[in-house]
Design a protein. Structure first.
Length: 201
């Protein structure tokens, strides 16, 4: 039976706590947002890469990610859409409420609260499935795409902002997953780590 890593679980706890703090004190100019935002969510993408399994094929990746990410996303969206848009159609003109409805289902930067808190699900799904697909090709293809994404992010970031379901952000977040994979490769070469589970010592 495979043992859980205490170190990885601790990182998860810290990251989850940071996300909760960030959403509790939601002022984008406040200290929690400025300190936490740059790294809290990125940790989950890095961990995804660190724990990446080479044994999965593309179909298995899609199936597992759809169950773990898309189903909760769909359930959350439907659950909050009913009361939210009953209210929206009562408070705003029909054309405005319809635009709001379409924008929230389109995703990306067009989403508003409370829908925007679920952006992570589609972004993680797209990033992991795309990375699994790229695994069919030499590693340099993945790095070439990531270099292109970084260039676009620096030169014309708005190009990626409005792709549906956060696909543009998924391309950026894929970099963190790949970094996690590289961290794992380095970790596997260390014979005497500073922190290790009992079964590794």
């Amino acid at each position: 039976m495979k043992r859980r890593s205490v170190a990885i679980d601790l990182v998860r706890v810290i990251a989850i706590t940071a996300v909760v703090v960030r959403h509790t004190w939601s002022d984008p100019k406040g200290a929690p947002a400025q300190v936490i935002c740059p790294w809290a969510i990125a940790v989950f993408f890095v961990l995804t890469g660190y724990l990446w399994s080479s044994r999965k094929d593309l179909r298995q990746e899609i199936d597992s990610r759809a169950t773990g990410l898309l189903l909760p996303y769909a359930a959350w969206t439907v659950l909050i859409s009913i009361p939210y848009f009953i209210w929206a159609f009562q408070e705003f003109p029909a054309w405005w409420a319809t635009r709001l409805l379409l924008a929230d289902f389109y995703g990306a930067q067009l989403m508003v609260l409370p829908f925007s808190v679920s952006w992570f699900f589609t972004v993680m799904f797209i990033a992991t499935v795309l990375l699994r697909f790229l695994g069919r090709f030499p590693r340099r293809v993945t790095w070439g795409l990531l270099v292109l994404v970084v260039v676009v992010t620096v030169v014309a970031p708005r190009v990626l902002w409005f792709l549906p379901l956060g696909a543009g952000l998924a391309l950026v977040c894929m970099l963190f997953i790949v970094l996690g994979q590289e961290f794992r490769r380095v970790r596997d070469r260390i014979t005497r780590p500073l922190f290790a589970d009992r079964d590794e010592r």
